[in-house]
Design a protein around this ligand. Structure first.
Ligand SMILES: [Zn+2]
Length: 145
């Protein structure tokens, strides 16, 4: 089936379904195409908008599941590597974290990777100020200090 956007001489727009382009031409030639609103038979095909209904939609190609799995594994590996690096190379500032993160952000302290603890409220404040902080699912070992 072909769906054409049609327009009558009175400017009413409607859709017409045809089995083929020839079907439309033939119906129009025989003037059996009428506007559903005003019954005008001066029907024009609107340019550009043509949709084709192919009947049953074929199944879209399945996503490459294995590729996705690989990407996920890589992301996990990178993440745990990054985590390692953060935890071993960053300076532990403990509870000074919110203050120190802010100082680094405002260039009052030397730029460096730090880690520490922050309460939910402190974390939210930092985020609101635009300080780039990230929460890690692994708490620093000395969280209790
Ligand atoms: Zn009309």
């Amino acid at each position: 089936m072909i769906v054409y956007d049609l327009k009558c001489a009175g400017g009413h727009r409607f859709e017409g379904w045809f089995s083929s382009a020839e079907d439309f031409t033939s119906q129009k030639a025989r003037q059996i195409l009428n506007c559903p609103t005003c019954a005008d038979d001066q029907i024009e095909r609107m340019p550009s908008v043509t949709r084709i209904n192919m009947g049953a939609v074929e199944n879209p190609p399945a996503p490459a599941a294995s590729a996705n799995k690989d990407a996920f594994a890589i992301a996990q590996m990178l993440y745990s590597k990054m985590l390692d690096e953060l935890l071993t190379k960053s300076e532990d500032v403990g509870k000074q974290f919110p203050e120190e993160a802010r100082r680094i952000f405002y260039q009052e302290s030397p730029a460096r990777a730090i880690r520490g603890v922050a309460t939910q409220a402190e974390h939210d404040e930092l985020v609101e100020e635009g300080v780039p902080v990230a929460r890690l699912p692994v708490p620093p070992a000395d969280q209790m200090n």
